[in-house]
Write a protein that binds this ligand. Structure first.
Ligand SMILES: [Zn+2]
Ligand SMILES: [Zn+2]
Length: 178
């Protein structure tokens, strides 16, 4: 999604679109790496306004992804819904200007040049940040039995897992130096 700066007058501009994931190379590479599948296009909206010496863009991106639980390996679907604000300041050619310190940490500062701003890099980045590094189908997912391999969320088994791979007793002797 792009905004032409010529269209940006005194009033805020509201842009909405549904865009295919195929238009976002960074998201396509997540699919190629089998990190997730996208079940829906990206639903994107931006409210863009000129403000003092910068352009403020309040964005929202929503989609649905299919992930694999890192504990029980089951597939599950998750909604992605991310809201964010980007301040675009005109690039002056001096690299110092790109590092604008902002008090509120959920604000993103970027620079632009030319006659349009392309929001695609921000949209990709926000979606990627919403996809967990270690996905869990639910917070208290029980995972797989390390003996017989059943999914402990669905099935109980009679395995004695207390003598499994982890020997918690061995940790008792460790003192943490401070
Ligand atoms: Zn799970
Ligand atoms: Zn078992």
């Amino acid at each position: 999604m792009k905004v032409q700066l010529a269209d940006l007058k005194d009033k805020a501009l509201v842009l909405t679109a549904e865009e295919p994931v195929a238009d976002y190379p960074d998201l396509v590479s997540m699919v190629d790496a089998a990190d997730c599948l996208f079940l829906a296009p990206l639903r994107i909206s931006f409210t863009v306004a000129r403000e003092y010496d910068h352009i403020r863009a309040a964005g929202r991106v929503e989609t649905t992804v299919r992930l694999n639980c890192s504990r029980c390996l089951a597939e599950y679907d998750a909604e992605i819904d991310s809201s964010f604000t980007v301040f675009y300041t005109k690039a002056s050619g001096s690299p110092l200007d790109e590092e604008v310190e902002l008090a509120e940490e959920d604000l993103i500062s970027k620079s632009y040049s030319g006659e349009e701003i392309d929001f695609a890099p921000e949209v990709s980045e926000q979606v990627i940040m919403e996809i967990p590094f270690k996905p869990l189908c639910k917070e208290d997912c029980l995972g797989l039995c390390n003996k017989c391999g059943v999914n402990l969320n669905d099935t109980a088994c009679d395995c004695d897992r207390s003598a499994g791979g982890f020997k918690f007793g061995a940790l008792k002797g460790i003192k943490i130096e401070k």
